[in-house]
Design a protein around this ligand. Structure first.
Ligand code: CMC
Length: 428
């Protein structure tokens, strides 16, 4: 029997159906709220209680610390799959067969050439530009070089645009970093795996052969998988809402990159490392920074702590912490920053302020330590997050268009001036 929620507004009772998801989550469907109540709306700042869509891509349970892509646990995927398999799974709904995966990879390789004129756009940026701003601009510029809009009703068209962006995006990522470091802009090596190619494109020096390090390949592959999707977060919701106006895939992704940039979202990985370095420079007094984080008159927050949805632990953080230990051990790196991070985590987990607010380390608390060990510059960390999140954004954009969702257009409660007669400039 279907469940019903009853709401009384101005003395009148209204009934709304309760939808139940495949994991028994409930959502009150208030689609008819405004029409049955004569224009009453809801207010939910930050959408803390609002579901924006029905989705079959990612399930997460913040209380139990569960994260699954298309039903598969993040632990299994991080351990047993590679990034391209996960990208295929997220976008098309099933793990690929070997044949499907080979074709997918070969199509991505084929589409990986970025128009050489894009280099002119990149040239116009100062070397001091933040890589996220550059990446967002270059992704947006792809619309100009690939002007035909995607016919979302054509499976072939949709597939082509998916492999196109998966092919070109790593080139833009690498160019963004190389430009900043004065290295020549290169194309990848189509004989390599997706992640190996990313590393070579980023780090190859013009006068040296690039030798792959399997530890780095595996570590990056895992990090990309862990970041690949996270249901309706800020950047993903941005991609969906921009796409809901029927703006193209590249334009929607460019907006998503901008949303990811902020320190409360993807930018946290850069902010965490900067915070850990500042603590180290300041003598390593973690207690001082714990006190700052708890002081309501101080805007400082313990970066890499807390999550809108996870209120117990972030399963990605668990995997990453283990991986940080392994990678640093395998590479023979002793990083005092890792010790500061561990000390800070221990103190926070025992501190009443953090316990009361259910603040735990999130995915980005340890990811920057691994990126740093890999030789990735700090201001590229969020770009690496974007590279990982790309399949998730694509999958969510595709789902939104295939489900023919309406344009996203929230309501508001107006609290400004009521009607005022216009006053001529002399009378003001
Ligand atoms: N340090 C100190 N206090 C915190 C922190 C923190 N990192 N995070 C939350 N709080 C406090 C906050 O001040 C508030 O306290 P009170 O109830 O006394 O006013 C309470 O905890 C609830 O915080 P909130 O800001 O209402 O929670 P939210 O769900 O709106 O914010 C968050 C979630 C992730 C933006 C926030 O925890 C935060 O700013 N964390 C630091 C930035 C960060 O690490 N972001 C990466 C998120 S994971 C990567 C991703 O997917 O984007």
């Amino acid at each position: 029997m279907s469940k019903i929620a009853t709401l009384e507004v101005n003395g009148q009772k209204h009934e709304f159906p309760i939808l139940v998801g495949s994991e028994n989550e409930s959502a009150i469907n208030i689609k008819t709220l405004r029409s049955v109540t004569g224009g009453v709306t809801t207010i939910d700042p930050g959408y803390k209680n609002t579901g924006s869509c029905e989705s079959s891509i990612t399930f997460l349970d913040g209380e139990k610390g569960i994260l699954r892509y298309r039903g598969y646990s993040i632990e299994d995927l991080a351990e047993k799959a590679d990034f391209l398999e996960v990208a295929y799974l997220l976008i098309f709904g099933e793990l690929p067969t070997q044949e499907q995966l080979d074709k997918f990879h070969s199509d991505i390789r084929e589409k990986s050439i970025v128009d050489d004129d894009v280099k002119k756009i990149l040239d116009a940026f100062p070397k001091t530009a933040h890589p996220m701003g550059v990446l967002s601009s270059l992704t947006s510029a792809l619309t100009a070089f690939n002007p035909s809009s995607v016919n979302v009703d054509s499976e072939e068209d949709m597939y082509n645009s998916v492999v196109k962006i998966l092919g070109k995006f790593p080139v833009l990522v690498a160019w963004t970093m190389r430009k900043k470091h004065g290295l020549p802009l290169d194309y990848g090596d189509n004989s390599l795996g997706y992640v190996e190619n990313v590393l070579k494109m980023m780090f190859k020096k013009p006068n040296e052969e690039y030798v792959q390090n399997q530890i780095l390949v595996d570590a990056l592959d895992k990090l990309l998988i862990l970041h690949a999707d996270h249901e309706q977060n800020c950047s993903t919701s941005t991609v969906r809402i921009v796409g809901s106006s029927h703006a193209g895939l590249f334009a929607s992704l460019s907006a998503g990159i901008s949303a990811l940039w902020g320190p409360l979202h993807g930018g946290a990985n850069q902010a965490v490392l900067e915070m850990l370095e500042a603590i180290k420079e300041d003598g390593g007094d973690t207690k001082k920074y714990m006190a700052k984080a708890k002081d309501k008159s101080d805007p400082f927050r313990l970066m890499g702590f807390g999550h809108r949805v996870y209120k117990n632990f972030d399963p990605r953080a668990k995997i990453i912490k283990k991986s940080a230990d392994e990678v640093l051990g395998d590479l023979g790196i002793e990083d005092p920053i890792l010790d500061i991070a561990k000390g800070l985590e221990k103190e926070a987990l025992e501190d009443q302020y953090f316990v009361d607010r259910k603040l735990y380390p999130n995915v980005d608390f340890y990811s920057g330590i691994i990126y740093r060990a890999m030789g990735i510059p700090t201001d590229m960390f969020t770009v690496m997050f974007a590279l990982g999140r790309l399949p998730g954004w694509i999958a969510q954009w595709r789902e939104m268009r295939l489900r023919k969702e309406p344009i996203g257009r929230p309501r508001q409660l107006y609290i400004g001036e009521t009607y005022r007669p216009f006053m001529t400039i002399k009378k003001r």
